[in-house]
Write a protein that binds this ligand. Structure first.
Ligand SMILES: [Zn+2]
Ligand SMILES: [Zn+2]
Length: 238
C-alpha cells in the first residue's frame, strides 16, 4: 500500500495497544502504547531479592537459593532473567509473540530489554553466545524463532550450536515432572563440536525461564560436548 493511503488509514483506524486496547500503539513501540511500556519499565526496575541460581523472586526469604534450587541440582552455573513474566503487560506481549506469532512484538521486547541486556553483556565475559533452537515443526508453525528475532533486533550475533528434535506436546501445558521428561534427549550438538566447545564458557539465551528444564537439558548437551561452563540468560522469568 502506498504510504499516503497507509497514513490516512492509520489516522482513522489507529492500531490499538495489545495490552490495554485503549491507546493507539505504534508511536515509539510497535504493539504497545507508551503508557504500557512505561509500566513495564517502572515495575521491572526493582525486582527485589532474587534466588542466586534461577533468578526467581524471593518473598520474605533470606538471600540465597529458592526452595526449587535447594532441592534440585541444575548443571548450569546460573540464570539471569531481564524482566518478570508475572507483569500483566509482559504477559500480553509474550502471548502475542509466541502464540499469535506477531513479529512486531519481538521488536518491542528488544526495546524493553535493550538496556539491561547491554549491561549484562558488558560484564558477562563468555567465550561463546548461543541460543535455544526451535524444532523444524516449531519453526514452521510460528514462521520464526522468537529468540533469534529478538537478538536480531538487539543487533546481537550468536553461534548456532544446538538442534532440536521434533516434539508434539506444547511444554506450556505440562507440569514440572512432565516437562523434564519432555525435554530429555530433545537437543543435540549440530555436528562434532568438541574442538569448538572445549574449555569454553558458554552463554545460552532463551525467551522464558519457567522450570529450568529446557535450560538444564541444553546445558547437559553443551557440557557433554566439552564446554567448561554454561550460564543462562532469559528475557523473562515466569
Ligand atoms: Zn497500552
Ligand atoms: Zn532458584
Amino acid at each position: 500500500m502506498n504510504s499516503f493511503f497507509g497514513g490516512i488509514l492509520a489516522f482513522f483506524f489507529p492500531r490499538r495497544c495489545i495490552s490495554c486496547g485503549r491507546k493507539p500503539a505504534g508511536q515509539e513501540y510497535s504493539v504497545l502504547c507508551a503508557n504500557c511500556a512505561d509500566y513495564i519499565r517502572e515495575t521491572s526496575a526493582s525486582l527485589g531479592n532474587k534466588c542466586v541460581k534461577c533468578s526467581t523472586r524471593l518473598y520474605d526469604a533470606p538471600p540465597g537459593l529458592c526452595f526449587d534450587c535447594a532441592d534440585r541440582t541444575f548443571r548450569f552455573g546460573g540464570n539471569t532473567s531481564l524482566l518478570s513474566y508475572k507483569n500483566p503487560v509482559i504477559h500480553e506481549l509474550v502471548l502475542s509473540l509466541k502464540f499469535e506469532a506477531n513479529r512486531e512484538a519481538a521488536r518491542d521486547v528488544a526495546m524493553l530489554i535493550e538496556k539491561p541486556f547491554a549491561d549484562f553483556m558488558k560484564t558477562a565475559g563468555h567465550d561463546i553466545v548461543t541460543a535455544v533452537p526451535l524444532s523444524r515443526g516449531g519453526m514452521k508453525k510460528r514462521g520464526f524463532n522468537q529468540v533469534h528475532l529478538v537478538l536480531h533486533y538487539l543487533g546481537r550475533d550468536f553461534t548456532p550450536i544446538l538442534t532440536r528434535r521434533e516434539h508434539d506436546v506444547a511444554q506450556s501445558k505440562l507440569g514440572l515432572n512432565d516437562r523434564r521428561a519432555a525435554v530429555k534427549g530433545q537437543f543435540e550438538a549440530a555436528g562434532n563440536l568438541d574442538t569448538v566447545l572445549h574449555g569454553k564458557r558458554i552463554l545460552l539465551i532463551d525467551d522464558i525461564f519457567t522450570t529450568g528444564s529446557t535450560a538444564d537439558e541444553c546445558t547437559s548437551v553443551l557440557l557433554d560436548n566439552g564446554a567448561a561452563s554454561v550460564d543462562i540468560l532469559t528475557f523473562f522469568r515466569a
